[in-house]
Each structure stands twice: as C-alpha cells, then as structure tokens.
Design a protein around this ligand. Structure first.
Ligand code: SF4
Length: 512
C-alpha cells in the first residue's frame, strides 16, 4: 500500500470539478491504493479544498493538476502560488512537492504547461498511476523525477523526446470508479448522477477538433461492463440518474442498449452528451426523451455544404431540422445548436447557409412548442489538429456575423450566445504557443487570470499576441510534434488532412 500524500488540483470551481470523471477516477483509485488524497479547486480567485483539515499543497509529496484548456493555465499558476508552491518549476527545491500535469491541452502541446510542471502525463493517467505512486515513494526529488521519466511521463531534462502517448488499451480491464465523491450540499454541474464513460476517443476525424485527435484511438466498454458499473454506481451512490460520458455517444456499439437498459429496465433519468445528428434515430430520441432529458445538444457547426465537407463533418441541414423537430415532438423542450462562424474560408454564401440552417431549425422547433438556443463560436485553431496552421478569424468578419445573427435571432425569436472573440484569440495564441510560452504562462498567472494580465505579461516578455493568434507559415513544423507522439495525429497525417481541407473548402458542393 502506498504511503504517498497527494493532492488533486482542479483549476475549476467546485461544481465543475465534481462533474469531471477524471476527478472521481483519480480520487478513487489513489485512495484504494492507500495514498492519502486531498482535493483542491479554484473558486472566485481563491484556492480552496474539499473537506476540512487539508494541508497546504506545499506540504504534500505531489500534486496532480488537470488542464483542459488555455484559460485554466493562469489559474493553475495562481493556485500553486496560493498553495505555497513556487509556480516556476525550475526554481523548486529538494523539499518541494512534485507537480504532475495532465489533460488534453498539455497532451496536445506540453509547452503550454512546462513552466509550472515537473512532469507531464502525455495521454491518459490510469495506466501510469501505479508507477507514479512508486516513483513518489523514492527518497530524493531527482530520483522521483527520474522514475517518472522512466515510467513514460514527459520530464524536462530526464525524458528522451518525443514521448509516446500512454493510453488504456482495454477499457473493460481498466479500473473505473463506482463510488463518487460529492460533498454534502454541493450540486455538480450535471446534477446528482452517476457518471459513466461509455467510450474513449472518437473515430470521426473532424478536422477542427482537438479532442478527436488527442484522444485517439477509439475504444468502447462492453455492454456487460457498462451494465455492471451502472448497477453498482447507482446503488452505491443512491442516485436515480446516470450521466453518460463520451465524445460521440452513439458511436459505441452498446450505447443504445445501455441507454435503453438505464431508462426502461432501471427507470433512471439520463443525461447524454452532445450528440452527432447523423447517429440519432427515432428510437434513440425516444429513449433520451423518456429518460427525462430536457435539452438536446447537437453540433452541426455550419449550414454550408462546402465548409461542412471541408471540416469532415457533413451533416445536412434537413437532417438537423428533422432531428430537432422529432426531439421536441417526443418531449425534449430545448434544442441547443453549436455553430462555428466565421469558419475558415467561409464566404458570404457559406454564412447564408448557416443562417438558413438556424432559421429552418428555429421555425420547426418553435412551431412544435420547443425552444432553440444557438451557441456561436468563432473558429479557433488548436494544436495537433489539421487546422493548426490557420488563424483566428478577423474582428471585422466576426462582428459582421454577430450583427447578422443578432438581427436574425430577434426576428425569429431565438436565443443566441456568442463566445468572446478575445478569449478565442487567447486560446489560439497560447494553445499553439511555441518555446517561450511556458514563461509567458507563468508571468500571466502571477499578474492575474484575466486578459489584461496576459497583455501586460506579453508586453513585459516581448510576445506579440496578434502574431500568435494569426496563421502559422504553412511550412512551419510546430514544436509540439517534436515533444510528443500521438497515435493517428502525426505531423505528416495532419498536413495531408490540412491539404484536403483547403481543397474541399475551395471546391463547390451542394446539399443533396
Ligand atoms: S467534433 Fe465530435 S464527432 Fe467530430 S471528432 Fe470531435 S468529438 Fe468526434
């Protein structure tokens, strides 16, 4: 049994932290291994812990930090500082805890997180947890770091690069939590429910989607394993709801069966994640509605055939309208559409296609008494995707789209929210940051967690943020490809996919 004292640090508020499968998995597995586990989160600018009597993070052997996206980074820096740990990993001494970071962003581009991390998990943590605990049992800090590098983590100064992504080969054999850890009086974002991960990875290859490339390959839990976890999970935790987790739920060959089992055999309420429209059948919509889900989230991204095909996510507007309408007919109250605009190479005609998609869906949903909500994001280039060489759309184009969408929304009575272009730029600039961005992240976090703090840090260190969120040279080989090797996301493959994107985005196409 391990005697390690370890912290889990989430840079998110408590309710969001409790909704993460990774939190329940890490806490459960580490405690079962005998480690003493403390959980920290970041709420309203303050580091806080779950439960009383948690030590200061600086007193622990190690801290496991999760980073999902770019705006988490300054929060991690500030949380470390408040926890008494020097945010600059290179300045830590022999008595300091080892800071181990993981998550989709550090896997896609570890440079973003190298400034504050002693070691980075490239890929998935479960297969490494035993080795991490063993490494932390070693005496000195340097022998711990060497052991972490030997186990397959990226440890600056100790790991030969590129580091191969580590991932669970067989989900059925992997440890999975049946007990969830929700403190009394706190409601997770998805309510009180048992979180059940049905699949991991996604085989679709939408060219803008970082999760799709970073979580490859696609793996599924078997029906028997899902049933076993579900039965135990709802009993142990005394909940009557299950939240399914996966990137594309119905791509699992067992998704419909386990959904039907949950709803019709066990009588549970369900929450299913964002769904691909082309996987939704009448039966599946019926089950979702019967399971009490009131909002159906779908992400067609665009109404333009040309852009949809170039994105490799070709979902026709008529299919979106049919699915949204059927969902409302069967009892879903709200349909939520995710749209990317401006998309790269999206001209006026392509945007008109997106407006028509929204209008047609709204008309149909409202006629049936439902509500349509639209969430609009400008295109954000992400590391380790085929579109990583493109820039964030211009402010002029974004404003123009916002104006048109607002006018349309008012006219047809639809709620639209827009992701802030400034935040999109930060994601692109930092997420695709080259060498040096690890210092910028530290400086940013030491000055605050907002955009003013980032600008001040960039000015001080001489970074040109505008260049960083713009397009990259087409012959530029991003340095993250030298650091990590992710299956199904090699530089050559991404370049070929990028060329395909350009070819399709410049060709003609019409919905059949
Ligand atoms: S957008 Fe959805 S379906 Fe496409 S690759 Fe990403 S997770 Fe898969």
């Amino acid at each position: 049994m391990s005697r390690v004292r370890i912290g889990i640090l989430s840079p998110l508020p408590l309710a969001a932290t409790l909704s993460s499968v990774a939190y329940h998995l890490l806490k459960g597995y580490l405690e079962e291994s005998g480690a003493k586990v403390y959980v920290y989160y970041f709420e309203d600018g303050r580091l806080a812990s779950i439960g009383r009597g948690s030590p200061q993070p600086r007193e622990l052997d190690a801290l496991l930090v999760s980073v999902t996206f770019e705006l988490d980074l300054p929060r991690v820096v500030e949380a470390l500082r408040q926890g008494g740990i020097n945010p600059d990993a290179s300045s830590r001494g022999p008595g300091d805890p080892v800071v181990i970071t993981g998550g989709p962003l550090p896997t896609a581009n570890p440079i973003t997180s190298l400034g504050f991390s002693d070691a980075i998990v490239i890929g998935e943590a479960e297969p490494l947890l035993d080795s991490i605990l063993d490494a932390l049992e070693r005496g000195s800090r340097s022998s711990r770091l060497r052991a972490l590098a030997d186990a397959g983590l990226l440890v600056p100064g100790h790991s030969p690069t590129p580091v191969e992504k580590v991932y669970t080969k067989n989900l059925d054999e992997a440890w999975y939590p049946t007990r969830i850890y929700i403190p009394r009086g706190v409601e997770p974002v998805w309510g009180y429910s048992y979180p059940l991960e049905t699949s991991r990875g996604c085989g679709r290859g939408c060219r803008f989607c970082m999760e799709g490339f970073v979580f490859r390959p696609l793996r599924h839990r078997s029906f028997n394993r899902l049933r076993e976890l579900l039965e135990e999970g709802v009993t142990v935790n005394d909940v009557n709801k299950v939240s399914f987790y996966s990137l594309s739920f119905f791509d699992s060959p067992h998704a419909e069966r386990i959904l039907s089992y949950a709803v019709e055999e066990l009588g549970l309420d369900v929450s299913v994640p964002s769904l691909r429209v082309d996987t939704l059948t009448s039966r599946r919509i019926e089950l979702i509605a019967e399971g009490g889900q009131k909002t159906l989230t779908i992400a067609p991204e665009t109404g333009s055939c040309r852009i949809a095909r170039a994105f490799n996510k070709e979902i026709s507007p008529s299919r979106v309208v049919d699915v949204a309408s059927e969902a409302v007919e069967r009892g879903v109250r709200t349909v939520k559409l995710y749209i990317i605009t401006p998309a790269p190479l999206e001209d006026g005609e392509a945007f008109e296609g997106t407006l028509s998609l929204i209008e047609d869906t709204a008309r149909s949903v409202k006629r049936l008494g439902g509500v349509l909500r639209v969430s609009v994001n400008p295109f954000i280039p992400k590391p380790h995707t085929p579109l990583q060489w493109l820039g964030v759309p211009s402010e002029r184009d974004f404003r123009e789209r916002v104006k048109r969408l607002r006018a349309t929304a008012r006219r047809i009575g639809v709620e639209v929210d827009f992701y802030d272009l400034k935040l999109a730029r930060v994601q692109a600039a930092i997420g695709r940051g080259s060498w040096g961005v690890e210092r910028l992240v530290i400086e940013w976090g030491l000055r605050g967690v907002g955009l003013g703090a980032l600008r001040a840090a960039a000015n001080k260190l001489g970074f040109n943020l505008e260049e960083m969120w713009g397009p990259l040279k087409e012959d530029y080989n991003p340095p993250w490809h030298d650091l990590v090797r992710l299956p199904g996301a090699s530089l050559d493959l991404l370049r070929r996919e990028y060329e395909k994107f350009l070819g399709l985005a410049r060709s003609t196409c019409s919905w059949r």
